[in-house]
Design a binder for this molecule. Sequence first.
Ligand code: ADP
Ligand code: ASP
Ligand code: MG
Length: 474
Amino acid sequence: MSLVVMKFGGTSVEDPAAIGRTAAIVKGRITQGKSPVVVVSAMAKVTDQLLRAAEAASLGDRTGALAISSRLRSRHRDTAAELVKKTEDSAAIIDLIDQEFDSLDEILRGVAAILELTPRISDLIVSFGERISSRIVAAAFREKGMDAAHVDAREVIITDSEFQKAAPLDEVIEKRAPEKLIPLVRQHKVPVMGGFIASNETGITTTLGRGGSDYTGALVGGALSAEAIEIWTDVDGIMTTDPRICPDALRVKIISFEEAAELAYFGAKVLHPATILPAVRKNIPVLVLNSLNAKCEGTRIISLAPHCKSPFKCIAVKKKLSIIDVVASRMLMSHGYLSQIFAIFDKHKCVVDMVSTSEVSVSLTVDSNASLPEIAADLSKLADVKYEPKKALICLVGEDIRGQNGMAAQVFNAVRHINVRMISQGASEINMSFMIEEDDADEAVRSLHAAFFQNPDPSVFDVEARKQLLASSS
Ligand code: ADP
Ligand code: ASP
Ligand code: MG
């Protein structure tokens, strides 16, 4: 059985045309003799809109919340009606969409009545995106002649109860995924499930955090020991940087698990940071592919990538960060100071990205502003505290950065016109990062890209595509 997990992101299921392309891609894999297991995101922008509806309801704007839900209901109904015409599914799918939206409306009314939105209810509300998209995609696949079977992801992906960022319980998933999915695959069915959504051990809905459908794909791929995990999105693969910032970004043909994990963690939205973990455990290649350009071979992520002659593979940028400066002269030379500081971040479940220390001061960066005032209040019992939002972290990823003489000088020369607030290079051999003002981030990325991707190594980067682009624009 050549099992392949195929995850399709929001843009790959955003409308009837996109779902049609997705169906053709999955059919293509079946023709190649593969057994696909399909994981889909909510239709593009639906998760954002569900969160907006939840927030409106929590502020007492019942009409606003229900209006968002009503627009989403029409969008899903129209998509299903256009895709599912022939089969006996056509009435059933519209009925099902109505039932799902009726229960969503009931929840929104409840939130508007009690004026409180807990993380648990927020997860329940956003779960409707993937619950409904996966039903529509399964019905559309059947219409197009595939024997698709819908599977409720909440029966497969079991997590702890950390709502909005739940951690998967690997041992349970390792049992559940084969139990639920392999019998279907053996009957030559195509299982279709929603990404991102899960449930805790008592069956309460949880989610894996924003962008978490990639993680679902990898978890399922790992649990089934699939031969590949395919992440289908709207770009040709992992690019040298975000093509929205730098349109001349190049496709990275091949990259190691370690490098991909680093750049996903440091902001390359194309992959959820945890996606690589299950793949590494079972040494399963991850492919990042474009559902709008299915012929392109994408990016292959494997355990050991071939040597690259260029110093860097990719530049990632993570925005909306804050810097916290902690200054305590009275702590001079005293031990245990850092552990007291970190205990406070731990207490507030706040992840620290970067740390820089001097004799009396510590600067840290965090990517969640949620508990900053509370953290600052606790820290101020130990020291003087200042925090500033609107910072960005630029991270350059490449093999053996530490071993290359003069690399830091070249990097900071490329961004000499930009004020650098914090620098980190050391812990990892494959990453060099620095912190700047958020408003300078795009300019910094473009300057670095121009400096380091002039003559990229053709064995690692798709230089042909750039040549064709230049030829067509001249
Ligand atoms: P999906 O909905 O398919 O999961 P996402 O929007 O989460 O897609 O991720 C794809 C987007 O990631 C791209 O459209 C691109 O703008 C952004 N991106 C950021 N950094 C990179 C990078 N290094 N390579 C490719 N895409 C990137
Ligand atoms: N729909 C979820 C989100 O927008 C999960 C995903 O698309 O990966 O965050
Ligand atoms: Mg994504």
